[in-house]
Design a binder for this molecule. Structure first.
Ligand code: GRF
Length: 206
């Protein structure tokens, strides 16, 4: 796997056109960055579907703007994580998805999903992994007093936030930072690296 740290210009290696399915729980700004990168001709892909789990999630408005179908699979209506993942796999396959892009999906996924798309699921996490896995990563970084924070795109494996790292970007932590200001700085980098990470992962898998 290639792992790049803070490339000035994210590079997009060539690969066949990809069929993506995005999973998002909330705002969906990473979805939008990926959709915009496709529209701008950088990422060679189509987003076939967005799966979301929270009714009213803002990602739906963004999906509508990019004419991407959005499918609600509300985890509260499923008896187990596995049942939810089964429904997710079904919806992704119905939309001919080849690569699964977790972009702010706030649920733990199970082998049901991971096996169905083995080595073809990416996640973005707001820390320089392997530091600060799990929830509240930005808060954890501030509490630890690190001077450099960042974000990582990695392959999804059963252990949370632990698969091969595809690309990372670093940002400084400033003395006056709050969770919100640091989060915003990290978010901007996420939007820059995620589209390129998808291309790199696809090229690596050829
Ligand atoms: C991002 O910070 C990502 O790292 C984390 O969830 C957030 C999603 O943001 N996994 P958005 O919904 O893409 O705006």
């Amino acid at each position: 796997m290639v792992a790049l740290i803070s490339p000035e210009h994210a590079e997009f290696p060539s690969h066949p056109r990809l069929k993506l399915g995005v999973m998002a729980s909330g705002s969906g700004s990473n979805f939008e960055a990926i959709a915009q990168s496709i529209q701008d001709g950088h990422l060679n892909a189509d987003i076939q579907v967005v799966i979301y789990n929270n009714p009213g999630a803002k990602v739906v408005d963004r999906a509508n703007r990019f004419n991407v179908p959005a499918v609600l699979l509300n985890h509260r209506e499923f008896a187990s994580r596995e049942d939810l993942d089964q429904a997710i796999v079904k919806a992704l396959k119905q939309h001919s998805v080849e690569w699964v892009i977790m972009a702010g999906w706030m649920r733990i996924v199970t082998p049901v999903l991971i096996e169905a798309f083995r080595d073809r699921i990416l996640n973005i996490h707001p820390s320089l992994l392997p530091s600060f896995k799990g929830n509240r990563a930005v808060e954890q970084a501030l509490e630890a007093g690190v001077k450099i924070a960042g974000c990582s795109v990695h392959l999804v494996v059963p252990e949370v936030d632990s698969g091969d790292i595809i690309i990372q970007a670093a940002v400084p932590v400033l003395a006056e930072d709050t969770i919100e200001t640091l989060q915003a700085r990290i978010h901007a980098e996420e939007h820059r690296i995620y589209p390129a990470a998808i291309a790199i992962a696809a090229a690596n898998s050829l």
